[in-house]
Structure formats: C-alpha cells, structure tokens
Design a protein around this ligand. Sequence first.
Ligand code: HEM
Length: 497
Amino acid sequence: MLPLSLTLATIFIATLGFLYWYRKTRDKGYKPIPGPIGLPMLGNVLQVGSKMHLQFSRWANKYGEIFQIHLGNRRSVVISDPQMVKEIFSNDPAFTGRAIFEGYEAYTNEPLGIASIEGEMWEVHRRFLLRQLRDFGFGKSSMEELVQEEVKMLIAHLKTFEGQPIKNLKQMLQISVLNSLWMIISNKRFSQDDPAVKEMMSDLQRVLEEMMKNIIVLFVPWTKYILPSIKVFDEVKAKGLQFYIDAVDAHKSTYQEDNLRDFIDAYLKEMKSQSSNPSSMFYGDKAERQLHVLLGDIMFAGNDTTATTISWAILYLTKFRDIQERIQKEIHDVTGDARPVALSDRPKMPYTMAVIEETFRISPVIPTGLQHRAIKGREFRDYFIPEDTWIFANIYHIHHDEKLWTDPKKFKPERFLSEDGTVFKKNSNLLTFSIGRRQCVGETLARDSFFLFLTNIFQRYSITFDPEFPEPSLEPVVGFLLSPQPFTIQIQDRIVD
Ligand code: HEM
C-alpha cells in the first residue's frame, strides 16, 4: 500500500493541475470538455473496465462528440464524430505524438520503431516505409505475387483437412499473413508446421495476454511496483529482438548493392548512403537498432490485425450462407472458377467489396484506435487540448452509431452498394485504419491481402460450421484486438481438379 502522505500529495497535485487547467480554459473562453468524474490517482480506469470500446460508446451517447476522461493521471479526450476525428488527426502536427510507455521499449530507454515514437525519427521512418511499400519491387516478385503464393499454399494446406473439423483456421491465417509480411521484409517464409513460427506466435500471444492483464500499468505507471512483475514481457521481448538482430546480421553478410532482395536490404542501402552523415536518422549503430525495432513493429502491427479481420469475414460468411453463396456466384461470374481471383478483378466484384467493407465496419479490430498524444497544447474548434493529452478516435462507436448507419448491429453488405446493387460505394465514416497523419501505413497491403485470401478461399471451398461443435456467437472476444470467438469449421472442395 502507498503511504497516506503520498496519496494525499498526489491528490493535492492532481487538484492543483485540474484547477490550473480549468482556469486557463475558462479565462480564454474555451468550452469545457464534458466527461465523467473519476477517482484520485486512478481517474476513470475502473469505470472503463475490460471492454473499453463499449464504455466509450456509452459515454459518447451521454456526453456527445467529444468527452474527457482520466486514465490514471493521463488526461484523455475521446472523439466520437467522424468529421472531428478527420480534422484533429489530419490538420495539426501537434496531435501526431505518441505516449512512450517506459519499460516496454525493445532497447531500454531508447524509443525506436514507428508505432510508438514521435518527432523526426517517426516522420522520416514513416515516409521511408510508405515509399518502400508503395514502390515495392524487391527481387523479382510484385507484392500481389507474394500474397498469391501464400494464398495458394494455404489453400493446398486446407485441402489436407477436407472432411475433418478445422479448429485453428485463425492460426493458419496468421502464419500465411506472417509469411507474406516476412517475404517482403526478409525474403523468407515459414511452413505451416514450422515449430519456430509456432513458438513465435505463442510468444506473441503470451505477451499480449500479459499486457492485457497488466494494462493498468500503462495508465498508472506506479502500479508496476504493486502488481506481479511483467516478467513474461521482458523474456519474450529479448527473444523477439534477437530474431530481428539475426535477420539483419544475415542480410549484412550477403548484401549486394545491385541486388536488393527485400525491405532489410533497402534499409541497409539507405544506411550505407548516409554513412558519412551523422545527422541522418539512418546513421550508425542507432539506425541499426532502429531497424531491429522497426521490423518488430511492422510484424506486430500487420500480422494479427489482418489475420483477425479475415477470420471475422470467414465467420460471417459461414454464419450467413446466402452471403457466402452470393460471393461465390460473383467470383464464378468473373473468373469462371478457372483461374485464381486477382486484384484487377475488384472493379467487377462490387458485392465482394461490400462484404469486405462491412466486415471492417462491424468488427474494427482496433476499436478505439491507437491513442495520439498532444505534443503541444492547442485550440481545437471551441476547446483547448492541453499538452500531453491523449486523443482517442472512438472508432467502434462511430461504426455502430445509429445516426450514421441504419441497423448498425446487422451484417448488411448492401449498405455499401448503390440501390440497384451494381456499384460499390465507399463510406467516409469508416475509420478502421484511422485517418490523417498517423493513419495505418499498411492499409493497402491489408486490403489487398484480405481480398485475395477471402475470394480465393471461397472460390475453392464452401465452408460450414462443424456440426459436432457449438456454433459460435458473434460477440467479440476483447483482448488487445477485437477477435471472433473460436470456431470450428468444415470445408467442401467446390472445384474438381
Ligand atoms: C486489417 C488490418 C489492419 C488494421 C485494421 C490496422 C489498423 C491500424 C490503426 C487503427 C492504426 C493506428 C493509426 C493512428 O494512430 O491513427 C494503425 C497503425 C499502424 N499500422 Fe495498421 N492496421 C492493419 C494492418 C497493417 C499492416 C498489414 C501493416 C504492415 C505494414 C500495418 C502497419 C501499421 C503501422 C506501422 C502503424 C503505425 C503508424 C504510425 O504510428 O505512424 N498495419 N493500423
């Protein structure tokens, strides 16, 4: 327990802080940001509970388009109007910061990578990563070819389970998506049965579970002194880091300037070209450590998010057989089921595109986005957002808001189609990948992978729930991501070889 004097001192400082901010806000004529009252030191953490997206939605219904809470001592604002999210995340660079979580860095006391840093290091690496993903042309393969190769392997692997219950489809998808990412990064893939990749997956799972169990440490850092230590995290972090260090070392020893094989080679080239420029972000040992962490960030951000989203779509199509059959008809009409579905088929497949969009809407896997940090105090519309405030986009709420969607709880792809059902219509209220200056850098890759996996799996197989196992509910499992309940399926081959 904390001594009483420390508790009182903390309450005193928090109260002073609040009064200072309140006076500043009132004196300048800013509108106060409404929100629930919290407890000293913990703020609103206990009210948030384990289903943050649902509590954020309840508060949005009560307080409106912007509300304020405290997560421990972190002042946070939550934006629940899509237009406002676009404005705050797009216009002012002051809102592009990220909170640094001490103790969670890969290299102690050195914020590196891309997803959890800010400032020049972030900006330069974000630009570099976007350029590499956009101009992808390492080795001989295009991005589409790499993903198609993984799709083909997965389809062949699934065939070995025909007539049997398949319990671990999500894990198979995770390995396939991991492979396409790892091919881009490191020109290597793993087999579905590779023990190393299975160990990597289960390590990642352990870290996420541990993080979720100890999530309060992120908001109230002093709780690390009273909670069980985050040992698993440290242990797995060291192992994961070593994996990336080994991959970079292997590339360094086989690097050839005129034969760039993958993302690691492209980064090494940039480092070489900046080797006499100490002010460059690609200079020296620090850049090499940055590369290790960057690789981890890309794998972490890209793998589970994409595989979980595809699992959601497979769950919906298995539950709603009429939608599955309609997709299969569209695939047949376009390809004659005589060749794999390609990205260039998309314009001819409005219904499939609508199913993909509806999955992104109803099951956004990162339901409250990644929080931004105000690097400086700034006016925003009629409000003042002080320095160091966290900013959340209330994505799940926006995607389920009855003011924006009819029957938001229903899986209804038609909402993304023209009235006669022939034209796919985007909807700007969809914020699955967030928006603005920190918007997901992997959106194109994720969308391409989703389309290729989904269409080619359903071209080849019809999927039903295994009758021996209970049908899953559509209620999400809330963890680091919003995931579907585990489900067991059977596949029937639709194509005679
Ligand atoms: C369905 C799949 C995916 C979803 C739903 C998703 C969603 C998101 C969201 C909501 C953010 C936070 C944006 C913000 O802070 O405003 C983000 C950031 C990020 N995503 Fe994705 N993502 C997906 C796939 C991928 C893939 C395949 C990659 C691989 C390249 C990737 C790489 C990243 C990175 C590096 C960031 C951090 C960007 C930054 O901080 O500047 N994501 N993603």
